[in-house]
Write a protein of this length. Structure first.
Length: 255
């Protein structure tokens, strides 16, 4: 897979510097810590495909993982420790780094064959796959508040960031219209990082159980996020219509 328009190397990591030169070798750091709008994440570099550093105009960096997650924010580490192909070790200041490409690893294929992940689309465009750690989501509709087990949820979110109202689609095709009551949501990400008690308003949409199938439509960034989410919901509802009756939160069938 290409990372920032370049093929990942198979033999060494490559650090591209701000003066146009590059360093080849092995990045010795084990993790990268990113402060995002939705929380702080410590990501194992063994699961990273590349990092694009921020700049003065856009200080946020972007971390791309081997399984297609996109995480953007401010990197905490002040430097990158590298052992070059010549055998020397050095600390490279973060400000000098434009991007890093990590070499392909032998265990990536087995890692990528994991299934049944949830996908979380964030309002800043980030993509996260993993599992919801909370057992239930409290959801308020016109009929009142309902504690919905996470295992019963197929999709949940909203297509407009400025409103708290959204929809929750259950696995039995019941469609609830309302809003999430939980103040925060905790996630265990596939790459090993944990996001604890993140404000629910930072989440645009969640696809529970079929995240690996859904992530592709959001990775290339084509189209506005709200449009992509509406198209995804419409596609899911059409599939539900074809299978059986869909009911709304009042118990009324759509057909």
């Amino acid at each position: 897979m290409k990372v920032f328009g370049k093929e990942r190397p198979t033999d060494t990591d490559v650090i591209y510097l701000d003066d146009g030169t590059s360093l080849r070798g092995e990045v010795l750091d084990k993790v990268v810590t990113v402060t995002t709008p939705y929380g702080s994440l410590t990501i194992p570099l063994a699961r990273c495909a590349g990092i694009s550093a921020g700049n003065e105009q856009r200080p946020a960096a972007t971390v791309l993982t081997v399984n297609g997650n996109r995480i953007s924010g401010l990197i905490a580490e002040p430097s990158v420790r590298v052992r070059t192909t010549a055998g020397t070790e050095a600390d490279v200041r973060r400000e000098r780094v434009r991007s890093i490409l990590f070499k392909q690893k032998s265990d990536e294929l087995a890692f990528l064959q994991r299934t049944n992940a949830d996908l979380f689309v964030m309002w800043n465009g980030d993509l996260l796959t993993g599992q919801v750690m909370d057992p239930v989501i409290k959801y308020r509709t016109a009929k009142g508040e309902e504690a919905v087990p996470v295992a019963e949820i197929r999709q949940i979110g909203r297509t407009v960031e400025s409103t708290r109202s959204g929809v929750l689609l259950k696995r039995d095709n019941t469609l609830l219209e309302g809003r999430v009551v939980n103040d925060g949501v905790s996630l265990q990400l596939d790459v090993g990082a944990t996001l604890r008690n993140s404000y629910e308003g930072r989440f645009a949409w969640a696809f529970l159980g079929d995240g690996h199938e859904q992530i592709g439509r959001f990775q290339n960034g084509a189209g506005a996020l709200g449009e992509l989410l509406r198209a995804s919901l419409a596609s899911s509802l059409m599939a539900s219509f074809a299978a059986e009756t869909v009911t709304n939160s009042l118990g009324m069938p759509f057909r």
